[in-house]
Design a protein around this ligand. Structure first.
Ligand code: NAD
Length: 259
């Protein structure tokens, strides 16, 4: 029996750790060749080794998603190595908490640029290729927090909510190409809830307990099995009719985060 993503090529940004690594491992397990992006080569290389140890194909490519030249070089490297790009997962992210009165302009710019400008630059760099190949999946990683705000995180939440508008607009533009050329192109937003990754290491224990209490299914997500399987499905041909949606993968936290 064929795997879900046999013969496909994926770029996963921020895949040297956490959720991005889990997604990269799952996409490779489902048959995709994976470009493992990030800004810390030893981490990205470790993800590649993990994929290769399971018999998958991957390369590590260092590129800062905020920089157009580095993003374009990454996409060129993907095409040179694997011949095309079918799937882009805009996952790279950073957290710089501060309240509205104390947040520096740099903390605002850095966070908004990694999440939002990074998604724009990476999507722009693959969109033409995807249209030409008549297949493309762009999956933007947002957060359930984007729907209800989070204390001390106005930069992060603004960027994650901004990804919603970005996703719907790209989905509409992809759909217009799909109607014209019969291509299979979609763009969706994935909403994780709480995952115990490096990014969350500085979350105070009381907040961690509170988040866990809010998850109806009672546990944090597993990046590979919970988030990775959702991304693999949305990346596959089986999800051709799903576009412009917010796809919650947070153990039900979407039903109660605001309570
Ligand atoms: P993480 O810190 O483990 O992963 C983020 C990755 O992005 C790192 O590998 C980092 O090196 C990379 N990165 C940072 N800046 C970059 C840049 N400029 N260019 C390329 N790569 C860059 O954290 P994570 O929790 O795995 O986060 C992954 C994504 O999931 C983020 O977008 C985050 O906002 C989102 N998310 C996380 C949670 C959670 O609970 N952990 C919840 C909702 C959404």
């Amino acid at each position: 029996m064929g795997m879900l993503l046999d013969g496909m090529v994926a770029i996963v940004t921020g895949a040297g750790s956490g959720i991005g690594r889990g997604i990269a491992l799952k996409l490779a397990e489902e048959g995709a060749a994976v470009v493992v992006n990030g800004v810390n080569l030893p981490n990205e290389e470790e993800t590649v080794r993990m994929i290769e140890a399971e018999g998958g194909r991957a390369i590590a490519v260092v590129a800062d998603v905020r920089l157009k030249a580095e993003v374009e070089a990454m996409v060129a490297r993907a095409v040179e190595t694997f011949g095309k790009v079918d799937i882009l997962v805009n996952n790279a992210g950073i957290r710089r908490p501060a309240t509205i009165l104390t947040m520096s302009e740099k903390d605002w710019d850095d966070v908004v640029d990694v999440h939002l400008k990074g998604a724009f630059l990476c999507t722009q760099a693959v969109a033409r290729l995807m249209r030409k190949n008549r297949y493309g999946r762009v999956i933007n990683i947002s957060s359930e927090g984007a729907l209800c705000g989070e204390f001390g995180m106005c930069n992060y939440i603004a960027a994650k909510a901004g990804l919603f508008g970005f996703t719907m607009t790209v989905a509409l533009e992809f759909a217009s190409w799909a109607r014209k050329d019969g291509a299979d192109l979609t763009c969706n937003l994935l909403m994780p809830g709480f995952n115990e990754t490096r990014m969350m290491a500085d979350v105070p224990p009381e907040r961690r307990e509170e988040l866990l209490r809010l998850i109806p299914l009672g546990r944090p997500s597993d990046p590979r099995e919970d988030i990775g399987n959702a991304v693999a499905f949305l990346s596959s041909r089986k999800a051709s009719y799903i576009t412009g949606v917010k796809f919650s993968v947070g153990g039900g936290i979407n039903m109660c985060l605001a309570s």
